[in-house]
Design a protein around this ligand. Structure first.
Ligand code: UDP
Length: 322
């Protein structure tokens, strides 16, 4: 069985929907930001906290767990600057309890959701995994701390792990049964689509004076189903002993500016957005675009969905959700 921690969240729930086709899945989630309705019925659902031994140990006692996939984290950069304690507690301390419990029960395979925020402000067109990691906010630092802990645990305790550094996850499952459901929503694509559905008056574009061709920030948007598929390949690589430890970027390798994203949303939906241009949002690097060459070469993964596909799937979901 595979334990998916945070499997009721946006990315975790999309992974679970793919994984239940192949494995028996247990989802542990405290539902602080996730939703019970996002969890596929074929998975066992347990409401509990990964930082609480009393919640974790009965699961490891009861089920023969082969691997743990860990999606449960707080992930808002701005909030992490204001409430770093929450980020170090929930993202670092709780993860240590999970890892400690895994070791106690001799479970040695771990897949960890990391982030492009570990790179900070990189000075390259395409970010490769060997670029320096200099996160500029507590969120990025909390993820990088766990990456360092994993390397030490691999050396000392024989833990096997794959770290996946996501770029900008977006889109929804093709069934439109599950999708991105954050409250409050801070991400660009759902905000634009909510606006185009009449749920917001306008869109704010944060900064037009970046050193990019149209002055707005460039990001690498990756479909959540592409992310889910990468996790399955990473899991197979660990379970087959093809990989003991690895770090991979997950992106499209294509950068789109905020303006281009809004234009693509207008094109896909056939609706026109009302835009206001405002100051920069603190902590936003001008450009974050991944090279995903390493995971392509080692595990054969590459992104299949374009920005239009991503937005079309998200639009379907937002329309359905209303
Ligand atoms: N952004 C924006 N208006 C919004 C939300 C986001 O201009 O209402 C910009 C944000 O400054 C960044 C890009 O869109 O440059 C992507 O932001 P998002 O929060 O979706 O993801 P992040 O890159 O911060 O993980």
């Amino acid at each position: 069985m595979i334990l998916v921690v945070g499997g009721a969240g946006y990315i975790g729930s999309h992974l679970v929907k793919e994984l239940v086709e192949k494995e028996q899945v247990i989802v542990l989630d405290n539902l602080s930001t996730g939703h019970r309705y996002l969890v596929d019925d074929r998975a066992v659902f347990i409401q509990g906290d990964l930082g609480n031994r009393a919640d974790l140990e009965p699961i490891f006692e009861k089920y023969p767990i082969k691997a743990v996939m860990h999606f449960a984290a707080n992930s808002l950069v701005g909030e992490s600057v204001v409430h770093p304690l929450k980020y170090y507690q929930n993202n670092v301390a709780a993860t240590l309890t999970l890892l400690e419990t895994m070791l106690k029960y001799n479970v040695k395979n771990f897949i960890f959701s990391s982030t492009a925020a570990t790179y900070g402000i990189p000075n390259v067109e395409l970010i490769t995994e060997d670029c320096p990691t200099n996160p500029i906010n507590p969120y990025g630092r909390s993820k990088l701390m766990i990456e360092h802990i994993l390397a030490d645990f691999a050396s000392a305790y024989g833990l096997n792990y794959v770290v996946l550094r996501y770029f900008n996850a977006a889109g929804a499952h093709e069934s439109a049964e599950i999708g991105e459901d954050h409250n409050p929503e801070t991400h660009l694509i759902p905000i634009v689509l909510q606006h185009l559905l009449g749920q917001r008056d306008k869109i704010s574009v944060f900064g037009t004076d970046y050193g990019t061709p149209d002055g707005t920030c460039i990001r690498d948007y990756i479909h959540v189903t592409d992310l889910a598929k990468a996790h399955i390949l990473a899991l197979e690589a660990l379970l087959s002993d093809k990989k003991k430890t690895a770090i991979y970027n997950l992106g499209n390798g294509l950068g789109y500016s905020v303006k281009e994203v809004i234009e693509t949303c207008e094109k896909v939906t056939g609706r026109k957005a009302v835009i206001e241009y405002t100051d920069r949002r603190p902590g936003d690097p001008a450009r974050l675009v991944a090279s995903s060459q390493k995971i392509y070469e080692e595990l054969g993964w590459k992104a299949e969905y374009s920005l239009e596909d991503i937005i079309a799937s998200a639009w379907k979901w937002h329309q359905r959700k209303g």
